[in-house]
Design a protein around this ligand. Sequence first.
Ligand SMILES: Cc1cc2nc3c(=O)[nH]c(=O)nc-3n(C[C@H](O)[C@H](O)[C@H](O)COP(=O)(O)O)c2cc1C
Length: 170
Amino acid sequence: MEFRNVIRNRYSCRSFSDRPLEESKLQAILEAGRLAPTAKNIQEQRIYVLKSEDAIAKVDAATPCRYGAPVVLAVGYDITNVYTYPGGKHDSGMEDAAIVATHMILAAADEGVDSCWLNRFDPEALEASLGLPPNERILMLLDLGYGAADAAPSPRHESRKALEETVTVL
Ligand SMILES: Cc1cc2nc3c(=O)[nH]c(=O)nc-3n(C[C@H](O)[C@H](O)[C@H](O)COP(=O)(O)O)c2cc1C
């Protein structure tokens, strides 16, 4: 798909059908995340593909926002392997995980796969229920699948500020 159409077509899907996500499409989405830039190329992202009955039950216990998606990616990072910027106030972990997630959400749109970025969950509770090692944090969840017949962008999808409100040329 042409890149501008990928950007335009993506929306937050909040109603998924039970059509399974093809393994080839999942792999294409994961590959787009693998190719994302990270600070110093550390690649500290950690991605969990949650699709078993057990894993989906843990997602549902953590958030009301799966919306029936057959696959959910938990995207996080290894807190012991981040790049701490000079000055020591910030590190790359959340940024790098967010860039990886953004690559994957756009790759999903390119593959014709619907998605929704979720942050309405308790990361600590989910990290514990999934049994993540203590050095890993989950940043976000990414619902993946195919929209149900009633799936449609919310009114917020069409509401974007004018560039003048967010861009300053100096
Ligand atoms: C950081 C972040 C967190 C979000 N968390 C949730 C969420 O927990 N549940 C949900 O339904 N949508 C969530 N969204 C989706 C936003 O509400 C949505 O992107 C926004 O309203 C614009 O709509 P659109 O994605 O359809 O263009 C989140 C999006 C982002 C970027």
